[in-house]
Write a protein that binds this ligand. Sequence first.
Ligand code: NAG
Ligand code: NAG
Ligand code: NAG
Ligand code: NAG
Length: 302
Amino acid sequence: MHNYANSCKLTIWVPNFINSHAISGLASLVLLNLNRCGICDEGCEKLEGLVKLKVLNLGFNHITDACLVHLRELINLECLNLDSCKIGDEGLLHLKGLLQLRSLELSDTAVGSNGLRHLSGLRNLHSMNLSFTVITDIGLKKIAGMNSLRSLNLDNRQITDNGLAALTTLTGLTHLDLFGARITDAGTNCLRCFKGLRSLELCGGLITDAGVKNIKDLKDLTLLNLSQNGNLTDKTLEIISGLTALVSLNLSSSRVSNAGLHHLRPLQNLRSLSLDSCKVTACEIKKLQLAALPNLVSVRPE
Ligand SMILES: *[C@@H]1O[C@H](CO)[C@@H](O)[C@H](O)[C@H]1NC(C)=O
Ligand SMILES: *[C@@H]1O[C@H](CO)[C@@H](O)[C@H](O)[C@H]1NC(C)=O
Ligand SMILES: *[C@@H]1O[C@H](CO)[C@@H](O)[C@H](O)[C@H]1NC(C)=O
Ligand SMILES: *[C@@H]1O[C@H](CO)[C@@H](O)[C@H](O)[C@H]1NC(C)=O
């Protein structure tokens, strides 16, 4: 038996001076933030009555799938945060009917491919964070029909080119985080489908200049993180020089050098440039900043 002592029990604290009328008023709560409150399953039944809730943050608590049963009736929920909770596939069954959900945070949980089938009917979901879960490529097929998705976090070593290929139906994506995913140059072909992409993180180490060619037509990109791809060269800077909407660019830990910096001159909207652990000196970046990129306010190395 776990013993989380009293910290574990969910008690909705109401000051003494508030009368019973006000207490019943809790049923009209719209937002409840219980992040890092030390809650476990005992007491979760108290959430059942909060049927007006639109935003519920249960991140970083000890709750398991057994707690999620009590969320079934919270059909007005639009944002649910379960970051780093002890939940897995079975628990997601109870979220199936939460059809108003727009944002679902499941990162750092034991959620895997099987659980995703319970979410495929959430037709309003705009944002889903599946980073650091145990989801694999197979699981991604189950979310291929969720074309309301705009933002998807999949910072996850198990995800490969095959998983990305399953997502090409999600043509409305504007934010795609594949930070640690094992995407290769071959997989970057799939990125062409996401024409409205504004933010892309692809840092698994397997991309070369050839793969970057598949990114060059994503003209809406404002944030691009290709750091930790140790084989990217100055050629990459040349290829992305047409992405003039870019505001943040990160090519840290690559082979980019001082010689390539001039390719960045057309990027007039650039505010943040990160080239740590490259063959680039602070002095040369400073020169570029002064001569051509007046909006650049954050540079690494500095
Ligand atoms: C997704 O989860 C990761 C890991 O917890 C976190 O770093 C990131 O900020 C989250 N992203 C969003 C959009 O919530
Ligand atoms: C990166 O370059 C190294 C050394 O040239 C090579 O062994 C490796 O296969 C390259 N990686 C990729 C993903 O092409
Ligand atoms: C990747 O780089 C971008 C742009 O600098 C930055 O906003 C983002 O936080 C970085 N991602 C991670 C996981 O560090
Ligand atoms: C660039 O990305 C790395 C991860 O590879 C991250 O640690 C760093 O903070 C990012 N730089 C900026 C300025 O966001």
